[in-house]
Design a binder for this molecule. Structure first.
Ligand code: GLC
Length: 458
């Protein structure tokens, strides 16, 4: 950790602060990057708070207060909470048809993102020194997070399998991961109305503000917006969406976080002396832990997502970083763990100059610079580091090595959205910058601060 970089990380979070008055109330939230992501994102904000808490406890709590401010009556905390009058990002509020679910002036998208919020809440609860702020967390944020977990449990796991369903690649947080190629093939381009394609052609902006070679492909985008169009047509009826969406997946990464988030709520409630509620969340966490083990596929040596659309149950055997997530959830046995660690340490798969690439280097679909199909993302590194941190002493050297390479990747290149996992000098074009995506990124800054503080003693 370098002091000058620490200051820059804080400055980035300060620069990305967005103050807005809605329903007569002031909100302070952090946008991911002013270059493109000019609203509030769910799992980004959960992460922002985990970094902010080390230098501005008030702002960390404000971040979560703002995130829950647009919670729907049914409990949904959306993927995006929109800022008014911002044009840069597509699809903005006018494309979702969610107005009737809005809390007054607070408009949101209609889907969610990986449930990191409960984990963030516990971290704040354990880190904040100011007693009044801690009380505010328990009084205002905790009930909203409990309601959000009830939403997820009721609407995304009606069959009580222990595993939640995601209904849109954007819900997975890893939008264009190779894991979604197969389930997205359920949607044929001919099924997509021209109006949806025209909309994308006219308004899509990420590939214009950013480098189109780094962004998801056009057909993927048609499909993303087709799903939004369908759900909006169905009035955001979650029962119908889970039953009838062509994209319905049990996602390993999402469910690993779900498991950890329920453990986190159980711990917080236990500390608050709310034993019965704590036991409920503990049971939910343990159930998911067990169900995650069923996603292990011995043949491929991977945790596999399940395509459960139309009564199917097809394992998606893609070698990506998601396979390491159940370590953090504690969902493994000795032989699984051994094989996962071998995989992680393999230079042909994951142990590149700047690990952990989001897709294995030897996966035929690996792409060096395209979004979630190869580049190293600080957020997924954080999950792998946390997982290793929970293992025995013999794994701690590996954790420290990953930590130091993650720091170096950021220190050498800046606070970018994601990074080229391969050493610049070793690349055919000898380009030596590894930074990709949008710059001055809040996520990367918050993760730098969080990891530096959390692991400084070890
Ligand atoms: C992209 C990422 C998503 C993230 C958002 C804001 O859409 O895929 O995970 O939350 O950007 O940073």
């Amino acid at each position: 950790m370098r002091e000058d970089l620490m200051q820059r990380a804080k400055d980035t979070l300060l620069k990305n602060l967005y103050q807005v008055k809605l329903n007569g109330q002031n909100y302070q939230r952090t946008v991911p990057s002013k270059e493109f992501y000019v609203h509030q994102w769910n799992w980004d904000s959960a992460t922002h708070a985990m970094g902010l808490v080390y230098f501005d406890e008030r702002r960390a709590v404000d971040e979560l207060l703002s995130l829950i401010s647009g919670q729907w009556k049914n409990g949904l905390i959306a993927q995006i909470t929109f800022n008014p009058n911002e044009e840069k990002y597509f699809p903005g509020p006018e494309f979702w048809g969610t107005e009737k679910f809005a809390t007054g002036e607070i408009l949101t998208s209609g889907i969610t993102q990986p449930p990191l919020l409960g984990i963030s809440l516990l971290h704040l609860y354990q880190t904040i020194k100011d007693i009044d702020l801690k009380k505010e967390l328990v009084i205002k944020v905790l009930p909203a997070v409990i309601k959000y977990h009830e939403f997820l449990k009721n609407f995304r796991d009606p069959e009580d399998s222990g595993l939640l369903t995601v209904v849109h690649p954007w819900e997975s947080g890893t939008d264009n991961s190779t894991r979604w190629d197969e389930p997205l093939a359920n949607i044929s381009l001919e099924d997509i109305p021209d109006a949806v394609k025209i909309l994308v052609n006219k308004y899509r902006s990420d590939d214009k503000l950013g480098n189109s070679k780094h962004r998801p492909g056009l057909t993927d985008y048609y499909k993303y917006m087709y799903l939004v169009h369908l759900f909006s047509k169905w009035g955001w009826d979650n029962n119908k969406i889970v039953k009838e969406s062509p994209f319905v997946v049990k996602d390993v990464l999402f469910n690993s976080l779900w498991c950890r988030a329920n453990f986190a709520l159980a711990e917080l409630l236990e500390q608050e002396g709310r034993r019965d509620e704590s036991a409920t969340f503990l049971k939910m966490a343990q159930k998911t832990q067990k169900s995650l083990l069923d996603l292990w596929d011995d043949k491929s040596g991977l945790y596999t997502d399940l395509d459960v659309s139309n009564g199917k149950r097809i394992r998606i055997k893609e070698n990506t970083v998601a396979t390491f997530l159940p370590i953090w959830a504690g969902a493994y046995n000795k032989s699984i763990l051994d094989s996962l660690i071998d995989r992680l340490k393999d230079p042909k798969q994951y142990w590149s100059a700047f690990p952990v690439p989001t897709t294995s280097l030897n996966n035929s679909k690996f792409e060096l610079t395209r979004y979630w199909r190869g580049p190293t993302w600080p957020i997924t590194n954080l999950f792998v580091i946390e997982g290793l941190g929970k293992l025995g002493p013999e794994y701690q050297a590996l954790k420290m090595e990953l930590l130091s390479r993650t720091f170096k990747m950021i220190e050498d290149n800046g606070f970018y959205e994601y990074f080229d996992p391969i050493n610049g000098g070793a690349r055919p074009d000898k380009r030596n910058t590894l930074s990709l995506g949008f710059g001055s990124f809040s996520w990367t800054s918050a993760i730098y601060i969080y990891l530096s503080n959390k692991y400084k003693e070890t």
